[in-house]
Design a protein around this ligand. Structure first.
Ligand SMILES: [Zn+2]
Length: 194
C-alpha cells in the first residue's frame, strides 16, 4: 500500500496537535496519509488503558487519514538502530512523497527521539546494500525509496520557534480540527466527534 505522506510521531496525539488542520486539508484534496504512532501512548495518567486507542481511531476518522501504531514504549522511545530500521522499512513499504516528523527542539524526550529516528530512517530508506550490514536484513524485502520532502511540524507543547520555513492557512478546516479535541500530556486527552 502506498501513501502520499507518512506522519511519524511518538504518541497518538502528536500528529493531531502538530498539524491536525494540515491533515484535514490534505485528505480533503485526495492525499492518502498514514499516521505512524511509534508508541500506543500507554500508560497515561488520564484515562483507562485502551481509551487512548479508541480516541486515536476516532481522530483519524475525523481527519480522513489512516493510522497504525508501532510497539515502542511510551516514555522510553529512544533512537536506536532497530528503531531507525523499523521506520525505514515502513518508508520503503509505503513509498511516500512526503514524510512529516517532529521538530528537534523538544522538551519531551520521546519527541526528541522521534525527530532523530525519522531523520535517520528517511536517509536509511534510500540506501542500498543493507544485506551487507549486520541487522540491516529487515530492509532487504523492499526496494530503496527516496522521498521528496521531509518536514518538521511544530508541537505546541514544545518551546516556540523564533522562525519557521512556512505556515499553512488552515482556517477553512479549523472547525474540523477542533472536533479532534486534543489535550496534551499532563492534561486529559480526548478526541470525539461532535
Ligand atoms: Zn507526544
Amino acid at each position: 500500500m502506498s501513501y502520499d505522506a507518512l506522519v511519524i510521531a511518538a504518541h497518538p496525539d502528536d500528529a493531531e496537535a502538530q498539524m491536525g488542520g494540515v491533515l484535514a486539508k490534505l485528505s480533503d484534496r485526495g492525499q492518502r496519509i498514514l499516521l505512524v504512532d511509534l508508541s500506543d501512548g500507554e500508560p497515561t495518567d488520564f484515562g483507562a488503558r485502551g481509551e487512548r486507542a479508541e480516541q486515536a481511531a476516532a481522530a483519524a476518522a475525523i481527519l480522513g487519514v489512516e493510522r497504525i501504531s508501532l510497539t515502542m514504549q511510551d516514555r522510553l522511545v529512544a533512537d536506536s538502530l532497530p528503531a531507525r530500521l523499523e521506520v525505514a522499512r515502513l518508508i520503503r513499504q509505503h513509498r511516500p512523497r512526503w514524510v512529516f516528523g517532529t521538530g528537534e527542539a523538544c522538551v519531551h524526550p520521546d519527541h526528541a527521539a522521534a525527530a532523530t529516528i525519522v531523520r535517520a530512517a528517511v536517509f536509511f530508506a534510500r540506501l542500498e546494500n543493507w544485506d551487507q550490514v549486520p541487522g540491516g536484513e529487515v530492509l532487504a524485502s523492499h526496494a530503496p525509496w527516496k522521498i521528496h520532502r521531509l518536514f518538521f511540524p511544530h508541537c505546541k507543547m514544545e518551546p516556540g520557534w523564533s522562525d519557521a520555513a512556512f505556515a499553512v492557512d488552515v482556517s477553512g478546516v479549523y472547525d474540523r480540527k477542533r472536533r479532534v479535541r486534543i489535550h496534551l500530556h499532563g492534561q486529559r486527552w480526548a478526541a470525539r466527534a461532535l
